[in-house]
Design a protein around this ligand. Structure first.
Ligand code: BGC
Length: 898
């Protein structure tokens, strides 16, 4: 996991001794992205200042088409001029039209409120991709092998892969000459299937599972790489590609793996040459990757390696010419998210030999990726590598929960000394690795775990005095890592691994607190909207389409863009998909009679604990909820008439909902925790009935011995609703519980990730079929940040912040940090020496409302002084258990009696 590299530049304020640093210049959330296709990209920067209350009064952005122009302060593409504004994020490019391939160098200068200017920031850059289909001169090519023809039909459920494929990977190559000095070389690549690109024997980029997962008949994403330094001037050069079956063949029934490559070389003399995929390329299937399949694994014969195959001069006389293929008629768009990368290595903690020659490595952590092995032995020796999330009592792998996914790799040695190998087109969630056929006895150093996932920048850190909660939070992060795999997936191990929309909406806010998820969701939301049906329904998972219009799942199309707006201040997704979302509401209206939809939400409150919330009630609660959110969205976009219309519709649904499901005494049909949570949290119950419903919610919890019974839909609402109704005490009781069912129970049972079900074991101690790595129940993470640590946004994008920790006596301290679009927000509260201490960091150019827990306002001190006398602390109000201040940026240290 890499933290976005800050282009930290220390800018000394002229005429002012204070130091201000402008860091983290980003474009479309990314650091120096190449080949973007946003024609009005949005840029952002972060200001750091030790000074309290620092506010930006103005900015100036220069965007130049060359680094030299930018150095000379010439913004030939855009000179914003001095703009009086405190905006530092979502600043939209307003310059000359950006055509395909344009290179943009940019920098920013800021002024404080007193007009003192900073120096220019360090430069940052972005480049434009190929914006028009006509920019592509390349042809789709394939090795001609029909991979479906050789597939074995195994299952038919759309959410499970329907094929088992044991087909070799394709290798493709092409030679060319570079006879002039190169100024810049850029390669644009996409594929149907997965590709790895090579130039002159060196892998291009460090990304995996490219080009990513989309609905390929509607859209394929491409990547852009700067390969200037990889070309050999005056020499023969070669392009090579290895292709894996990927999602395209397995999930989308794609017949052939197909490649599209366009290498554009700009020479120093001003001329240009384009090398493309076309009929002049050659291909073979007779390489070392005998077969590769995301779910089943990869099989490699090192004896078949083709030394130098992607270098100039390789003898490819036994390779066949490629076939020109049809490719996709879908749009080709720049990948807008973050790449999947190898993130870190993990060393095993233990190796055992439960059966003769069967070695089982415990990696000590459940994660997604693969194992790298090290081995020495005679040529032809085959080492088989199997993976599982757990072992049974006899110490052997328990693969019950993998479904039909074989999760098996193998490596055949070439016998040339110490060999190291890892797969590339397959991944799975696992904690245990089994080696068989290993020559000799492997040691701990012979297996390395490689953690692979979408490389989202870390945003959140959480720590408190309770070890169980610390482990819970780390488990949430590990489940997020394992399942943020180009799309938000449900699980990384079994033959499912789908972009379930319900799970995505449940977890998105937690996901944003943990990692900067804006680009990741921007990318996936394109796919989700690609999948909307003509009549407005959204699917239960995306890509692919099977069931549509399911409440709580399809609503991700409204909830996710709105959450991205709330967390990052990003209006663009709301604008882009507004009419799609409107259609979704209209679809539901079309299905409804007298404002109620008759359909059942088929999964219901998925994986609840014997608490079946009526499925039609769920459908209507979400119908109302999404309608209410649409009113909010219409407000944000200034569409007053629409907002009014959605509010009216919401009121009508609410009235019908009350009539259909709520008794005069506030009892809701089904009488489950999730019933009350939805009614309360979606604002479906008012007045006396609301008070009654709150009471019934607590009764439903008490009835279960102060335990939860919620499934995926209810669990997200549980603690936030308890806080909203003033019952933090019950929220903490549930959170701190470690008996089944609770968040603590899996932790106590040794879980290293969030389990799919509240219990993953049968009564006899054997494991059941649940996934051990499924983030949905981890949606409690948002409460840990927003309420335990007290870091929340006040309006969109954290430019106004709420600091409102809710302490609990059983916990002596909580320390958390969240890197917002404006910089890092930190809180650290503790009970110490009989007093309550709260340290707060607020980033420059933002303000915060701080609720300092206190029994009496007079007791509040800040940095050793009576708070009432501290300049810059504006007392807003005194509450019975907190004093509320308005503060500007900076570090604050409060002490109170509490
Ligand atoms: C998936 C869930 C999904 C559910 C819907 C399960 O198989 O793992 O994540 O939301 O199906 O019913």
């Amino acid at each position: 996991m890499r933290i976005a590299i800050a282009t930290a530049a220390i800018l000394v304020m002229s005429g002012c001794a204070s130091e201000v640093s402008v860091s983290n210049l980003r474009c479309e959330y990314l650091v120096n992205p190449l080949g973007i296709d946003a024609v009005k990209p949005r840029i952002s920067w972060v200001i750091e200042s030790e000074h309290r209350g620092w506010k930006q009064g103005a900015y100036r952005v220069l965007v130049a088409s060359s680094a030299a122009d930018l150095r000379a302060d010439i913004g030939d593409l855009w000179d914003s001029g001095k703009v009086a504004s405190d905006q530092t994020a979502q600043v939209e490019y307003q310059g000359k039209t950006l055509d395909s391939r344009v290179q943009c160098w940019w920098k920013v200068q800021v002024w404080d409120r007193d007009g003192r200017a900073s120096k220019w920031s360090e430069p940052a850059a972005w480049s434009m991709g190929l914006l028009n289909r006509a920019d592509w001169q390349a042809h789709w090519i394939s090795d001609g092998v029909n991979r479906q023809a050789a597939a074995t039909q195994s299952e038919s459920n759309k959410s499970k892969p329907s094929k088992c494929l044991d087909l070799p990977s394709a290798y493709m190559r092409k030679e060319f000459k570079v006879n002039k000095a190169v100024r810049r070389a850029t390669v644009y690549v996409t594929a149907l299937g997965l590709y790895e690109l090579y130039i002159n024997g060196v892998r291009v980029g460090d990304e995996y599972f490219t080009p990513g997962w989309t609905q390929y008949d509607k859209r394929a994403n491409y990547q852009t790489y700067d390969v200037t330094a990889m070309l050999e001037y005056g020499q023969g050069n070669a392009l090579g590609a290895i292709m894996g079956a990927g999602w395209y063949v397995l999930r989308h029934a794609g017949e052939k793996v197909e490649l599209l490559v366009q290498l554009e070389i700009d020479y120093k003399d001003g001329t240009k040459e384009v090398i493309v995929s076309d009929g002049s390329w050659k291909a073979t299937n007779d390489g070392p990757i005998l077969s590769s399949n995301i779910f089943d694994g990869e099989h490699y014969d090192a004896g078949k390696e083709m030394a130098g195959w992607s270098r100039y001069g390789y003898d490819d006389s036994n390779w066949k010419p490629v076939e020109l293929s049809k490719g996709t008629e879908g749009t080709l768009t720049a990948h807008a998210g973050v790449p999947i990368r190898r993130i870190m290595n993990i060393r095993p903690v233990k190796v055992t030999e439960p059966n003769n020659g069967v070695y089982v490595f415990d990696m000590g952590q459940n994660f997604a990726g693969w194992a790298r092995i090290r081995v020495k032995g005679p040529p032809g020796t085959k080492v088989t590598i199997r993976y599982a999330e757990r072992v049974s009592k006899d110490g052997l792998l328990d693969t019950k929960n993998l479904g039909s996914a074989r999760c098996t790799d193998s490596y055949i040695l070439n016998g040339q000394g110490l060999e190291e190998w890892e797969p590339r087109f397959t991944s799975r969630g696992f904690q245990y690795v089994e080696l068989t056929g290993y020559p000799g006895k492997p040691g701990l150093d012979d297996v390395t775990g490689v953690v692979v996932h979408s490389d989202l920048p870390v945003a959140g850190l959480f720590e408190c005095s309770n070890e169980m909660l610390n482990k819970l939070w780390r488990n949430i992060v590990w489940s997020q890592r394992s399942n943020y795999f180009d799309v938000p997936m449900d699980c990384p191990q079994r033959n499912e691994r789908m972009g379930w929309t319900g799970d995505a909406q449940i977890f998105i806010r937690t996901g944003c607190y943990n990692m900067d998820s804006a680009a990741f969701y921007t990318n996936w939301l394109r796919t989700l909207n690609d999948m909307q049906t003509a009549d407005g329904a959204y699917p239960d998972f995306a890509p692919l389409i099977d069931l549509v219009g399911t409440a709580g799942w399809a609503d991700a199309a409204v909830i996710c863009p709105l959450t991205i707006y709330q967390m990052y201040g990003d209006k663009r997704l709301l604008e882009r998909y507004y009419y799609n979302m409107v259609k979704w509401i209209e679809y539901q209206q079309g299905k409804s009679k007298n404002y109620l939809r008759p359909e059942q939400c088929w999964p219901g409150d998925w994986l609840n604990v014997r608490a079946n919330t009526p499925k039609d009630l769920i459908t209507n609660a979400y119908f109302a909820y999404s309608t209410r959110l649409m009113a909010e969205i219409a407000d944000v976009l200034g569409k007053e008439a629409d907002a009014k219309k959605f509010r009216e519709l919401f009121e009508n649904i609410k009235e019908a909902f009350n009539k259909a499901y709520i008794e005069p005494d506030g009892k809701i049909k089904g009488n489950t925790q999730t019933d009350y949570l939805m009614a309360l949290s979606f604002a479906l119950v008012d007045g006396d009935r609301r008070a009654q419903a709150q009471k019934h919610l607590i009764e439903c919890i008490e009835e279960r011995g102060w335990r939860l019974s919620t499934g995926f839909l209810g669990v997200k609402l549980l603690l936030p609703t308890l806080t909203d109704i003033g019952r933090d005490d019950v929220a903490y009781k549930l959170l701190l519980n470690d008996t089944y069912p609770s968040w603590g129970y899996p932790v106590k049972s040794g879980a290293a990730t969030i389990w799919e079900a509240w219990e993953a074991r049968n009564k006899d101690g054997t494991w059941n079929a649940a996934s051990m790595n499924h983030y949905a129940y981890g949606s409690v993470g948002e409460w840990m940040f927003s309420t335990m640590a007290g870091i929340d946004t006040d309006g969109p994008g954290f430019s106004r912040i709420i600091i409102r920790p809710r302490p609990c006596r059983e916990i002596t301290f909580v320390r958390a940090g969240y890197v917002s679009v404006h910089g890092k927000i930190e809180t650290y509260w503790q009970y110490r020496d009989g007093r309550f201490k709260l340290d707060v960091t607020i980033p420059a150019n933002t303000t915060a409302t701080v609720y300092v827990p206190a029994k009496d306002a007079g007791s509040v001190m800040e940095s050793g002084r009576n708070a009432a006398q501290v300049e810059g602390l504006k007392l807003v109000k005194k509450q019975s258990n907190a004093v509320v201040y308005e503060i500007g940026s900076g570090r604050y240290s409060f002490v109170s009696n509490f």
